[in-house]
Design a protein around this ligand. Sequence first.
Ligand SMILES: NC(=O)c1ccc[n+]([C@@H]2O[C@H](COP(=O)([O-])OP(=O)(O)OC[C@H]3O[C@@H](n4cnc5c(N)ncnc54)[C@H](O)[C@@H]3O)[C@@H](O)[C@H]2O)c1
Length: 258
Amino acid sequence: MGSRFEGSGVLVTGGAAGMGRAIAAAFLGEGAKVVIADIDEERVGKTAEELGSGGEVSSLGVDVTSEEQVGEMIRRGDEALGGIDVLVNNAGVITMDKVTDVSEKDWDFVMDVNAKGVFLCVKAVIPGMLERGGGRIVNIASQAGKRGYKLFAHYCASKAAVIVFSKGVALEVAPTIRINCVCPGIVNTEMMDREYVWEEEMTGETQAAIKERWMAGIPMGRFQEPEHIARVAMFLASEDSSEMTGQAINVTGGMVME
Ligand SMILES: NC(=O)c1ccc[n+]([C@@H]2O[C@H](COP(=O)([O-])OP(=O)(O)OC[C@H]3O[C@@H](n4cnc5c(N)ncnc54)[C@H](O)[C@@H]3O)[C@@H](O)[C@H]2O)c1
């Protein structure tokens, strides 16, 4: 394994579990100093301890929907890392319902964490990156932000917002800062475990049948692992992608090609 990020400071939101944890581990493996932030303060602390033997990592509690807390996260992250070179906006949530049953509260919850959360973190990190003369932002959006899916149209909307927001910001901050999205497909994390349970409850289709149906649409014939997403996040944060900004890259085993 190379060490493309030796000496770099990396902040990952939603880093307690799933993709965020894998992204943090991958950056640590290539020499970065990492801060993981999550609304589940206890779990993110434990995750930092577990990842600790792999390098320099610390944790913070944050709710990305609060401008005040995000400001504090960026301030403390900056301090711990000696400057944030890479911000990975990974924190996200999903709920599932027919659009006619989605409550205003659920719409606001999903839009607040997934879309407003990214806005607040991007807004807070940009001034420091501009001052230091560089930075890379990687947003974990979703292929669901490019396609519509029944039972989570509101989630699709929140991820589409992230993709287009990133393009607008890319124009504002180029060439000093690059900002790109990863659009995962179906990744084996607790989020998908919850999704299968809800879908089974709502449709009566068994979890095995749901998985089989999803799998049939994936040319590579497998769901993705958090580590697959981490590798592409690292690519977008590295010099290997120096000519890319405002992009939204699918990592779906070929399920989505647009
Ligand atoms: N799992 C998938 O198949 C899939 C596919 C496409 C996109 N995504 C996206 O990838 C990202 C990571 O998802 P995951 O599958 O690892 O999910 P996960 O539920 O396993 O992890 C998400 C993490 O975000 C944290 N979080 C939630 N709300 C927060 C808030 N307000 N402030 C700070 N942290 C918060 C959670 O505590 C959790 O640790 C999300 O943005 C998700 O929408 C997931």
